[in-house]
Write a protein that binds this ligand. Sequence first.
Ligand code: SAM
Length: 289
Amino acid sequence: MSVIKDETEWFSETLEERTAFSVRYVNKLYDEMSDFQRIEIYETEMMGRVLVLGGCFMVTQKDAFIYHEMLVHPVMMAAGNAKNVLVIGGGDGGTVTEIVKHAGVESVTLCEIDPMVVSACSEFFPVIASGLADPRVTVVNDDGAEYIRNRKGEFDAIFVDSTDPVGPGKALFEVSFYESIRDGLREGGAASFQTESPLFMEDVFAMSVSDLRGTFGKQHASPYLAVVPSYPGGLWSFTFCSVSRDPLKDAPEELPVGIANQLRYYDPAVHRAAFTLPVFVRKLLEPKK
Ligand code: SAM
């Protein structure tokens, strides 16, 4: 493992040049330009290793488990015995690692546009990326918006683990993409999208949920929240989408045997609480007068 810099320095992610979230690092382990983005990996004192894409925090060893468990398990529990699963984005492998904890899963396709993200994370985040080595997993390097087009009814569960709506990530926040995801689900299937910060990116959050409700139906796109300290503002949203599954009525009260001891954030009680939205978030989703 090559060390690029080894004196103590600070890395900051700035938001609109008006706020910053900084971590002090002791080593810079990776810094390359792929065809899509700058990829950096730091060894930090407080957050463990940190993956930065295009200047934004993506994954930290300290808090990634919160994000990955909350993106994956609400859908896996409510969709009930999903067999064919798709992840779009998610090149760090963390989402896949959560999915393969479910013994009933038969195939997982990871569609990540940037192969360098997968190779860098496999090297520097071996635990988070461990699921990529599961024999049920296939990695495809393609634009997720293209890949999902015309794959009607192929998947029991789909997870959109995208970057922000910039660069290649922009295509993953378009209505046409949401429609492809809806059509790509089998009867009884469900999807979850990372839908940004309701505190610091309220417009993107409100627009994404509105577009998802326009695509799946008003009652069939349900936002839920978790705290991911390394993301801007900490409070983070996901949106559960399904035309046939209810995230609360269809989620069992008990975790499947063998999974409970593998989770550090999610359980059925946390699942129910996550869909109870604070007043300001509910107000963001009210139709504009
Ligand atoms: N959990 C992070 C978050 O919420 O911001 C996302 C992590 S994951 C590293 C995001 C991945 O989406 C990146 O590896 C990026 O290359 C990939 N990506 C962006 N646009 C894409 C697209 N159109 N198709 C497939 N993958 C894409």
